[in-house]
Design a protein around this ligand. Structure first.
Ligand code: FPP
Length: 281
């Protein structure tokens, strides 16, 4: 069947793009339908501290190890041709941590951007930063601006790093931007779902289809509150530093098992009382 053949060819070339797979990864990869991957994956990278604690290491070692997981997740998603990946690196609430830790995390991001730029460029990734960047230390802001500019001509996956990000802060910022824009116009303010979406930090990107949270907490922690309205949520007990490629494949396989109804009803199952509802977005 031509359809099966082209699908097989796609799988072979995509797995080739991923480099050598371990036997576990190969088994999982076979279960993935590459034509039904999420367009946008968002990740709450949690559990670095616990990972370090279990090994009697300082928390910083957990964060360092977490950067390695970030690298494999970024490269794998880019090579699977996922449109956008958003990583929650630092929330507006994270300032409540000891200064030594927040300083370390700022330094780690700067180091990360410097060290990973060749990988980002090699994979044709465009970088964006989500959050109140103007409240970050000047050196961090400079490096973020530099990374955004240097990758602005790339056309592959969009990698968003949420830095000093808060979901409520984002909505407040969007509303303020709309008010500022409309103050210049006479007449009634027209605020619609579309105009709010256009003013969010993620403007122009599809909403996440899949939200992954590592280390087992059942919370969204002020992350992409507007955008995850219809996201499938995948929570795993795995701590972020242990979230390797096999675990990522598992989350994508789980996503593909979910039935997405967007408030409608299952296709092929008409319901007389709600027959006017539309399935899908
Ligand atoms: C949550 O673990 C993790 C963070 C607050 C920092 C995330 C940062 C990284 C993974 C490294 C930087 C990544 C990039 C892309 C620059 P936690 O400290 O809350 O863990 P715990 O809940 O076990 O204490």
């Amino acid at each position: 069947m031509p359809q099966t053949k082209s699908h097989t060819t796609l799988q072979v070339s995509a797995s080739g793009a991923l480099g050598p797979l371990t036997p576990e990864e190969a088994l999982l990869f076979e279960k993935l339908d590459l034509e039904r991957l999420p367009r946008h994956v968002a990740v709450i990278m949690d559990g670095n501290g616990r990972w370090a604690q279990q090994r009697h290491l300082p928390r910083a070692a957990g964060h360092r190890s977490g950067t390695k997981t970030a690298r494999s997740t970024i490269e794998t998603c880019a090579r699977l041709n996922i449109e956008a990946l958003t990583l929650y690196a630092f929330s507006v609430e994270n300032w409540r941590r000891p200064k030594t830790e927040t300083d370390f995390l700022m330094q780690l991001l700067r180091e990360y951007l410097r060290r990973e730029m060749p990988l980002i460029q090699r994979n044709n990734i465009r970088m964006r930063f989500l959050g109140r960047s103007d409240e970050l230390p000047k050196g961090v802001q400079d490096d973020m601006r530099d990374a955004t500019e240097r990758t602005s001509g790339n056309h592959g996956m969009v990698l968003c790093v949420a830095m000093n990000y808060g979901g409520r802060a984002e909505i407040v910022d969007a509303v303020n931007a709309i008010v500022a824009e409309q103050n210049g116009h006479a007449g009634r303010a027209e605020i619609t779902e579309e105009s709010v979406a256009r003013h969010m930090y993620t403007s122009g990107l599809p909403d996440p289809d899949l939200l992954i949270r590592t280390s087992g907490e059942m919370r969204v922690s002020n992350f992409l509150l507007w955008q995850i309205a219809y996201a499938e949520i995948f929570v795993t007990e795995t701590l972020w530093p242990d979230f390797n490629r096999a675990r990522l494949f598992e989350s994508l396989i789980e996503f593909q098992k979910r039935e997405r109804r967007y408030g409608g009803i299952r296709e092929g199952q008409p319901h007389p009382e709600v027959s006017a509802r539309v399935v899908g977005k």
